[in-house]
Write a protein that binds this ligand. Structure first.
Ligand code: DGL
Length: 272
C-alpha cells in the first residue's frame, strides 16, 4: 500500500446523488485521483432545511471523510457550500473547496453587462451566498437569484428531456430574463444534468456557468498549491458511500455522466 500523502482520496460530499456531477468533472480533469464520495441519501434534500441543520450534517460527513483519510474536502452541494464552507475551513485541517466560490468567480469573469442570474434551491437563494461571493469580487454586478425547487424532483424522476420540464424552466427563467441577465449560474449540483434544456430555454445570448466544472478546476489548483496531487499514473478509484440505499437516480446519474463506480456501500453516520 502506498501511503504517500498524494494517494489519499479526495473526499467529496453532497446531500445525495446530484454531487456526482462534480465527481464527473473531477474525473475528467484529474483522472488519476482516488475519490471517496459520500451521498447523504438518508437526509436529502438539504435545499429546504435550515442553516444550523445543514451545518451539523456537513460537519458529521466531514468527520467521516477525514477519518477515512481524505486529503481535501469537496463540498459538492450548493446548499452545503452556501452554509457550511467557512465553518468546515475553521474546524478541519485539510483544504476545503466548495462549489459557490468557483461558480461565482466564473460568472463574474463571464458577464459583459454585469447582470448575473442564479438558479438554485430555496436554501441557497435565501443564504445570499452567490451574491456575497460575486460582490466580494466585483461590486458593480447586479445578481438576481431565483429558487427553482421543482427542478431537483424532475431531474430525479428522469424527466431531463421533457416538455413539462422545459415549461418549468421557462417559467423559472422569466424573472431572470426580465432582469436582463447575460450570465446564468446553475447553482445546484443537479442542474448540470439539465444544462441542454436550460441552454435551449435561455437562448444564445445567455452564458451558462456550470458550478461543477468550475469547482473541479478549483480542486486542481488547490491540490497543486498544497502539493497534494497523486503521483499515480493509473486511473483513480471511485468509491461511493450512501447513508441510505440508493434509488433509481443513482443508475440514471452514473449512466448519463459516464461514471464507473468501483465500490458502493451503505454506511450510517453516527449522530453528534
Ligand atoms: N445538492 C443540493 C444542492 O446542490 C440539491 C439537492 C438538495 O436539496 O439537497 O443544492
Amino acid at each position: 500500500v502506498n501511503t504517500s500523502l498524494g494517494n489519499r482520496p479526495i473526499g467529496v460530499f453532497d446531500s445525495g446523488i446530484g454531487g456526482l456531477t462534480v465527481v464527473a468533472a473531477l474525473r475528467r480533469l484529474l483522472p488519476t485521483e482516488n475519490i471517496l464520495y459520500l451521498g447523504d441519501t438518508a437526509r436529502v434534500p438539504y435545499g429546504s432545511k435550515s442553516p444550523a441543520t445543514v451545518q451539523r450534517y456537513s460537519r458529521e460527513i466531514s468527520r467521516f471523510l477525514t477519518a477515512a483519510n481524505a486529503k481535501l474536502l469537496v463540498v459538492a452541494c450548493n446548499t452545503a457550500s452556501a452554509m457550511a464552507v467557512p465553518l468546515l475551513r475553521k474546524e478541519f485541517d485539510v483544504p476545503v473547496v466548495g462549489v459557490v466560490e468557483p461558480g461565482a468567480a466564473a460568472a463574474v469573469a463571464a458577464t459583459r453587462n454585469h447582470r448575473i442570474g442564479v438558479m438554485a434551491t430555496r436554501a441557497t437563494v435565501r443564504s445570499g451566498a452567490y451574491e456575497n461571493a460575486m460582490l466580494a469580487l466585483r461590486n458593480d454586478v447586479t445578481v438576481t437569484s431565483h429558487a427553482c425547487p421543482l427542478l431537483v424532483p424532475l431531474i430525479e424522476e428522469g424527466w431531463v428531456e421533457d416538455v413539462i420540464t422545459d415549461q418549468v424552466i421557462t417559467r423559472y427563467l422569466a424573472p431572470l430574463r426580465q432582469a436582463n441577465i447575460d450570465t446564468l449560474v446553475l447553482g445546484c449540483t443537479h442542474y448540470p444534468l439539465l444544462a441542454a434544456a436550460v441552454a435551449r430555454a435561455a437562448g444564445d445570448h445567455i452564458a451558462l456557468v456550470d458550478s461543477a466544472r468550475n469547482c473541479a478546476e478549483a480542486v486542481k489548483t488547490t491540490l497543486q498549491n498544497n502539493h497534494l496531487m497523486t503521483p499515480a499514473d493509473t486511473d483513480g478509484r471511485l468509491e461511493v458511500v450512501l447513508t441510505d440505499p440508493a434509488d433509481a437516480f443513482l443508475v440514471t446519474a452514473a449512466k448519463s455522466l459516464n461514471l464507473e463506480i468501483d465500490n458502493l456501500r451503505i454506511e450510517h453516520l453516527t449522530e453528534t
